[in-house]
Design a protein around this ligand. Structure first.
Ligand SMILES: Cc1ncc(CO)c(N)n1
Ligand SMILES: Cc1ncsc1CCO
Length: 229
């Protein structure tokens, strides 16, 4: 079994739960509320910028030239997707740049990006690339699965086409190959840290969609929890 197959086996339940989320079911049949998608796409624009920064940091730590180019290329790819997909949907749903500028990053988005940046900045290269893998892999799984059932008139078909498409598939495959090569040379202790980073990022993927679906911002102190007198 390859290392990435091991990662998949250890996270099977959570990844299946992600497929079953109401956000993804509604995206698949086109019934997802435009307000929810709008909130999601604004957070995802923030996310992709942070993700590209984390990829660039990981690129700077790569042990050989080919991986530097691969990770930096994915960083450029993420910014290109951010521009195209987000401009398309922001136009379609009437999100203005003022709406975007005026929407603070959500707690879930901030937490995920902080985790990726911390893994890339403080973790070693194996940990960094494994933390970054679910962003690629889970989106390809979800994109391909949804593409099988989605109708051509689905309002979210541009999103579905991006993540089920050939170009994205190639970058996901290169990332899987990279993580498998890194794991081949890694000690048991390093592999254990890679597993942990992967599980954390899978959880963040779940949380990002859950938070978008429930339109969560930043939880605040409850009045009833404030003790007076
Ligand atoms: C939260 C999130 N994870 C992964 C991707 C795909 O890169 C994305 N666009 N957003
Ligand atoms: C992971 C990822 N997500 C959107 S673009 C991209 C990199 C494509 O190379």
């Amino acid at each position: 079994m390859s290392f990435t197959q091991e990662l998949a086996a250890h996270t099977q339940e959570l990844r299946q739960q992600i497929h079953a989320m109401p956000f993804n079911r509604a995206l698949a049949n086109g019934s997802l509320s435009p307000e929810i998608f709008q909130g999601y796409i604004i957070q995802d624009a923030h996310y992709l910028e942070g993700f590209a920064r984390a990829l660039s940091l990981a690129a700077s730590k790569a042990p050989e030239a080919q991986s530097i180019a691969q990770l930096a290329g994915s960083a450029a790819g993420a910014i290109a997707v951010e521009r195209e997909l987000h401009a398309h949907y922001m136009g379609l749903f009437g999100v203005t740049s003022d709406d975007f500028e005026g929407t603070d990053v959500s707690a879930a988005c901030d937490h995920y990006v902080s985790f990726l940046l911390r893994s890339a900045a403080i973790g070693d290269f194996p940990e960094a690339v494994t933390a970054l893998l679910p962003c690629f892999w889970i989106y390809r799984d979800i994109g391909k699965e949804i593409a099988q059932t989605s109708r051509a008139d689905n309002p979210y078909s541009a999103w579905i086409a991006t993540y089920s498409g050939e170009a994205f598939d190639q970058s996901v495959q290169r990332m899987l190959d990279l993580v498998n090569r890194v794991a081949d040379d890694a000690s048991d202790a390093t592999r254990a840290r890679m597993h942990h980073a992967f599980q954390r990022s899978c959880w963040h993927e779940w949380r990002f969609w859950d938070s978008a679906y429930h339109r969560e911002g930043w939880k605040q102190p409850r009045p009833e929890d404030v003790v007076t007198g």
